[in-house]
Design a binder for this molecule. Structure first.
Ligand SMILES: Cc1ncc(COP(=O)(O)O)c(C=O)c1O
Ligand SMILES: N[C@@H](CCCC[NH3+])C(=O)O
Length: 436
């Protein structure tokens, strides 16, 4: 359940009026509900309770330190994919042993940082990485726990091609049939303890069925590895649980758990540990993006609303053609939608292209979208923006990355200030003879 709702015709996050947030912090601004983050983590953990999993939140989804700290305090670990994300997770106070590290192209420095920090598990994605990890760990005088990220050759369900990771030929992971060879090789490695199997099929996956197919293959592999004398202590099932972008389209965590838990119960009963790496399903509906209409214009018979948030602030529609429900914060005629999917039935709507200010023809947040009548200056809320929103923001066009605000009950606080012009140039070297 998310906590974004209309009261007296105005959208609120928990008890905070979003017009007040926009007035105080400006737009575009990401607004997160602390309660939603925590509730999502608790609900997911409860759904998988029989496996007592370690939930490693995927930092790439939405990695503000304050949010990581909240999740860490609530018991989550972190899934990281770079030295930068490792730095974030550790800075936010997430204990190293609860951190897992995936990624096809980890550098030697990144591996050293992970080993030195003493993270829980490195998810190795190639033969060469396994060898390098052993050398790095030996150099640091440490022993590191590792898993092999397996490519089970299973497609997602409703998963875009661009975000599919577990099919044959993908750059991610190691082909199933090559995995026994890596375990055999690891016996001779003195500083890597190869103890786990990892998979991540893609994102989002709108059905439990691909998990079942992939885990069945992983468990067959596990039996073979056991028969070869290898002990597997850990199975990491990755992330990919869908978020509710349009009411009713995403399965709940209970539906995923009902299919996955029975498969992994025997493994857990034998002392095995299960890890999961959810990102989107925790963060998406815990955050929204507030944007203001700058101009209304007619373009070839289309109503165009030019808003102050562009693809640099939220790239998902431009990059993946993703659908994000949007609605005015104070809709004209008090047209509050009964649900995200039922809004087209409301009378009195108009169709708008909602465009950003960036100099790219793909810079639209939505095309031909039915909305209540808009006026210049109106505030619009883009829902389910907490995942891969701010995390994918860029400074293209020297665009300032948005502010981030965290709401807790009736309080709101800034957890990241908006970029400034100084931020845009601070990493660039001063021009000779100038202060810049
Ligand atoms: C290795 C890994 N784990 C977890 C995730 C999180 O996925 P999601 O946000 O779909 O839960 C990702 C991103 O797709 C990933 O690459
Ligand atoms: N960034 C993507 C998902 C890819 C996840 C990366 N492993 C999104 O916005 O949906």
């Amino acid at each position: 359940m998310d906590r974004f709702d209309y009261h007296d015709g105005v959208l609120h996050c928990e008890e905070v009026n979003l017009e007040d947030v926009a007035a105080e912090y400006g737009t575009p601004t990401y607004v997160y509900s602390r309660d939603t983050f925590r509730t999502h983590l608790a609900d997911l953990t409860a759904a998988f309770a029989e496996l007592d999993p370690l939930v490693c939140y995927a930092v790439k989804t939405c990695g503000n330190l304050h949010l990581l700290h909240e999740l860490g305090q609530a018991g989550a670990g972190a899934d990281v994919v770079s030295g930068g994300e490792l730095h974030r997770a550790l800075t936010a106070g997430i204990p190293a042993e609860r951190i897992v590290f995936a990624g096809v192209g980890k550098s030697e420095d990144e591996l050293r940082e992970a080993v030195t920090a003493g993270i829980g598990c490195v998810n190795v994605e190639s033969e060469s990485e396994l060898e390098l990890l052993d050398r790095v760990a030996a150099g640091a005088g440490r022993t590191v726990r590792a898993a092999i990220r397996v490519n089970p050759d299973v497609e997602g369900h409703g998963t875009p091609q661009k975000t599919t990771t577990g099919t044959r030929g993908s750059k991610f992971g190691v082909d199933l049939e090559r995995v026994p060879g890596l375990f055999a090789r690891a016996i001779a490695l003195s500083h890597v303890r190869l103890v786990g199997l990892h998979m991540h099929l893609g994102s989002p996956i709108y059905s439990p069925e691909p998990y079942v197919r992939a885990l069945t293959r992983l468990l067959d592999l596990l039996a073979k590895l056991n028969a070869d004398g290898h002990e597997i202590e850990l199975i990491n099932i990755g992330g990919g649980f869908a978020a509710d972008y349009e009411t009713g389209l995403a399965p709940g965590w209970d539906a995923y758990a009902a299919a996955i838990v029975p498969l992994l119960k025997p493994f857990v009963a034998n002392g095995g540990r299960v890890v999961t790496e959810p990102g989107r399903s925790i963060a998406a509906n815990a955050g929204v993006l507030l944007t203001r209409v700058r101009y209304l214009k007619d373009a070839g018979g289309h109503r165009v609303a030019v808003v102050d948030a562009g693809m640099t602030n939220m790239i998902r529609a431009a990059f993946y053609d993703s659908f994000h429900f949007m609605w005015p914060v104070r809709p004209a005629g008090a047209l509050v939608p009964p649900s995200r999917s039922e809004h087209p039935r409301l009378a009195g709507l108009h169709r708008y292209d909602v465009a950003g200010p960036i100099c790219e023809s793909s810079d639209y947040l939505a095309r031909d979208r039915a909305l209540p009548s808009l006026a210049e200056g109106d505030l619009i809320c883009l829902f389910a923006a907490g995942a891969y929103g701010m995390a994918m923001a860029s400074q293209y066009n020297s665009s300032l990355r948005p502010a981030e605000v965290l709401v807790e009950g009736a309080d709101s606080r800034l957890i990241r200030r908006r970029d400034t012009y100084a931020d845009l140039v601070e990493a660039e070297l001063a021009l000779p003879g100038t202060r810049f």
